[in-house]
Write a new protein. Structure first.
Length: 379
């Protein structure tokens, strides 16, 4: 008896399923709502038809059969109504996700609704909203980078024009024999060439950083030796501006680093401080150990603070402050004697290549630049 009932139920289910699959095939390019209705209808028909056939074979009375069919029809209708409500909810979510996708494509923001019919939809909506935020940040970052590149081109063109014009004028004067002191012109021409060479070197270094082609040669570096050499080399420049350039802090710290590139980064910070500090002020270069074990190289000057709106842009290539730090040369660019604003961008690139971090904060009547470097960047 059980085998007979199972066989009848299986046969009815197969017929209903086959008809449902045929309907789904015909609706393969139709809407999801129609396909779900077909699935729900096929399921109800499969259950009701199988049960009806089995009941009709049990020789029940006409009254009992009528009662069964009434119950089956009511249950089927309720099932289809519930399926329709679910389909309606799915269609609503489908419209929301289509609209959200279109808004993302247009670069507009997407806000996740407060209520969803399922955890999965809520999670998906939250991911879309988070993706929108990340894309917005990415677009803003790309816009800033593109603006920075255009500014670099404009400023480099301007900064190249001045020394080139000077070299041309002095060369013409020497050619015409119009100068009473040729030796002085030779010295000035060499100085302008050195300035141009420095700008080209900075551009080349920055291009390597942006292209990810900066190759570091790691070795054990004693920070005191590295920084004392920098202070010694730049002391005459600081003295010429009546500045007190000094070293403070620990002397036994060492780490794995590229000595040449790290010296360039620290040298850029010190030269930046020298250029912007007023006469008679103190520039302190120090080395300490952070609580997390990282080495901290800091350069503190008294050149006036950086406006709050500019703190987040200090290390962008080509950035120039909206307001001068002091009456000195801050507005000419970050750490560059020519003013293209590449020095601090190079500092950040070198520090990032060492798996470190560079920060700037306003302290007292100046600001503090800090390089936070891990002991073993390759580990």
């Amino acid at each position: 008896m059980f085998a007979t009932v199972a066989g009848i139920a299986l046969g009815c289910a197969l017929v209903a399923g086959a008809l449902g699959l045929l309907a789904l095939r015909l609706l393969s390019r139709g809407s999801l709502a129609a396909q779900l209705i077909v699935v729900a209808f096929a399921t109800v028909v499969s259950v009701v038809s199988g049960t009806a056939v089995v009941v009709s074979l049990m020789y029940l009375s006409a009254h009992d059969l009528t009662v069964f069919y009434s119950v089956a029809v009511v249950a089927g209708i309720v099932s289809l109504v519930m399926a329709s409500l679910l389909v309606r909810s799915l269609v609503h979510h489908n419209h929301y996700f289509r609209a959200a996708t279109a808004r993302i494509g247009r670069g507009e923001s997407v806000i996740s609704p407060d209520r969803h019919t399922s955890t999965e939809f809520a999670t998906l909506a939250g991911e879309l909203a988070a993706t929108t935020d990340r894309l917005t940040e990415s677009r803003e970052r790309e816009e800033r980078i593109e603006t920075s590149r255009r500014e670099i081109v404009a400023w480099i063109s301007h900064d190249l024009r001045t020394p080139l014009a000077g070299i041309r004028a002095m060369a013409e004067a020497l050619e015409d024999g119009m100068t009473p002191d040729p030796e002085r012109y030779y010295v000035q021409i060499r100085g302008q060439v050195d300035r141009l060479s420095g700008m080209v070197d900075d551009l080349f270094e920055l291009s390597k950083i942006h292209a990810g082609a900066l190759k570091l040669s790691f070795e054990r570096v004693a920070l005191y030796d590295l920084i004392s050499d920098i202070v010694a080399n730049l002391a005459p420049v600081a003295l010429a501006k009546s500045l007190d350039l000094r070293f403070e802090g620990e002397r036994g710290l060492t780490l794995q680093a590229d000595a040449r590139e790290l010296a360039r980064a620290v040298g850029n910070l010190v030269m930046n401080a020298i250029q912007h500090s007023p006469a008679g002020s103190v520039i302190v270069v120090s080395v300490t150990r952070h609580d997390d074990g990282r080495a901290v190289i800091s350069v503190v000057d008294a050149a006036g603070g950086i406006p709050a709106q500019d703190l987040g842009r200090v290390f962008e290539a080509g950035w120039r402050a909206s307001e001068p730090r002091t009456a000195s040369t801050w507005g000419t660019g970050a750490g560059q004697s020519g003013g293209a604003g590449l020095g601090l961008a190079i500092v950040e690139g070198i520090v990032r290549a060492h798996a470190g971090q560079v920060t700037v904060t306003n302290v007292g009547d100046g600001c503090r630049f800090e390089l936070l470097l891990p002991q073993h960047p390759l580990g």
